[in-house]
Design a protein around this ligand. Structure first.
Ligand code: COA
Length: 387
């Protein structure tokens, strides 16, 4: 029985800041951000969106009433949690109107969380092939104003329905994973911004990729030319390119050229949104599926997931016949094209408005047209609106 990604959805806010403008405001050469880091626009997440609403908005694009009846597992991967005890999966399940007869949990291991969720969901569907699992990765990447990490912020969510006989990507059974205790990126309690050792994180990411890719190849005997594309976690798109270049050392230039070409398709959405943390790898997958001009059924995609701290995993999947019917490239083109540009000053004001400690808070949601919005806090209880 094949199990894998049956549906894939994505949502980001309707605001962005232009990276060339941000570079100028920070006295940097715009090409450092545009080329050196590989980002053109950065999603700005208004106070009326949080991890829960970003996830709900991503799910609303893909879920039918039939899916909702069949889903009996919801795994919410995030490192932007909104409560120390209650999981975002419970809020999400209620907002989406899912059945009460399900398991709802939140999962954390930095940007790797959604991959762990995907693999756990696969095991669940193997035991219960008539059921479906909902996996989401939703985050707001925050490093702080005027920090080195600032140009690698962003936010949004990816949602996946995991099912038997999937219509997009059948996951192959072999995957290789590697863990080590590393302080490359972390966020202590009470910090709303991450702490990062940027150069260290860039190097350890590549090291982990090499370890798991070699292990995968040793286990399967699959050669690099047997992949149509290699997809990477994209904290910023240059980082994925560093991973890919490590894989291409000594590889036939024809093969390398093909993989580099597919990588360009996979990083287009991330270039316009920035870091999604848990969702980034899957945004790359969606970007490739929607934009590549040469994908065919039965071709193999390789995926590298990395979560600082640190966990890496390499796994693969085969494109299913008819996968293109499950896509909606025009919708995502419009989602990204119709966003409103904000100035650097407006972005700074929105960034600074985050309040995770309020007892009571009333937010004006009139400017946010998303189907799901965060309306405020009442007696420490978060309030949401489904339109
Ligand atoms: N034109 C083109 N490229 C330029 C440039 C210009 N004018 N100026 C600089 N660059 C290049 C640099 O050569 C460098 O490229 P390289 O990484 O291939 O060597 C890149 O732009 C970044 O420049 P650098 O001076 O290293 O930037 P920085 O010290 O400001 O830090 C990050 C950049 C990415 C390390 C920092 O933004 C960060 O820490 N971000 C968070 C990282 C993260 O998400 N970690 C978790 C990962 S999973």
């Amino acid at each position: 029985m094949q199990i894998g990604i049956d549906k894939l959805g994505f949502y980001t806010s309707d605001l962005y800041v232009d990276m060339a403008e941000l570079a100028q405001a920070r006295n940097e050469d715009p090409n450092k951000y545009l080329i050196g880091i590989g980002q053109a626009k950065m999603a700005v997440i208004p106070p009326t969106q949080d991890a829960v609403t970003l996830a709900a908005n991503a799910c609303s694009k893909i879920l039918t009433e039939e899916d909702k009846k069949q889903i009996d597992l919801v795994i919410f991967a995030t490192e932007s949690g909104i409560d120390n005890s209650k999981s975002s999966a419970v809020y999400l399940s209620r907002l989406l109107g899912l059945s009460h007869y399900l398991r709802a949990v939140e999962l954390k291991q930095a940007c790797y969380g959604a991959t762990a969720a995907l693999q756990l969901a696969k095991g669940h569907v193997a035991l219960h092939p008539d059921k479906k699992a909902l996996v989401v990765g939703a985050d707001i990447a925050r490093y702080g104003l005027h920090t080195k990490g600032e140009p690698t912020q962003g936010g949004g969510a990816c949602a996946m329905v995991i099912a038997a006989n999937p219509r997009i990507l059948a996951l192959e059974d072999t995957c290789s994973y590697y863990m080590d205790d590393a302080m490359d990126f972390w966020r202590p309690f009470d910090h709303t911004e991450a702490l990062v050792d940027g150069k260290f994180s860039a190097n350890i990411y590549v090291e982990f990729f090499q370890k798991v890719f070699e292990a995968y190849q040793a286990q399967t005997g699959i050669r690099i030319e047997e992949f149509k594309a290699l997809l990477f976690h994209l904290p910023y798109t240059k980082q994925g390119l560093k991973g890919l270049r490590a894989a291409l050392a000594g590889v036939d230039p024809l093969v390398a050229g093909k993989l580099l070409r597919q990588f360009e398709f996979s990083r287009q959405y991330s270039r316009q949104v920035g870091n999604l943390y848990t969702g980034s790898l899957y945004l790359g997958l969606l970007s490739l599926l929607n934009l590549s001009d040469s994908l065919k059924a039965h071709e193999r995609l390789g995926l590298f997931s990395y979560g600082s701290g640190a966990q890496g995993e390499f796994f693969s999947g085969l494109l299913m016949p008819g996968f293109e019917k499950m896509l909606d490239p025009v919708f995502y083109e419009q989602l990204l094209a119709h966003r409103k540009q904000v100035s650097v000053a407006e972005y700074e004001q929105i960034f600074s408005a985050l309040d995770m400690r309020a007892k009571d808070l009333v937010l004006d949601v009139s400017q946010d047209q998303a189907p799901f919005v965060f309306t405020g806090i009442s007696e420490y209880q978060r309030q949401y609106l489904a339109r």
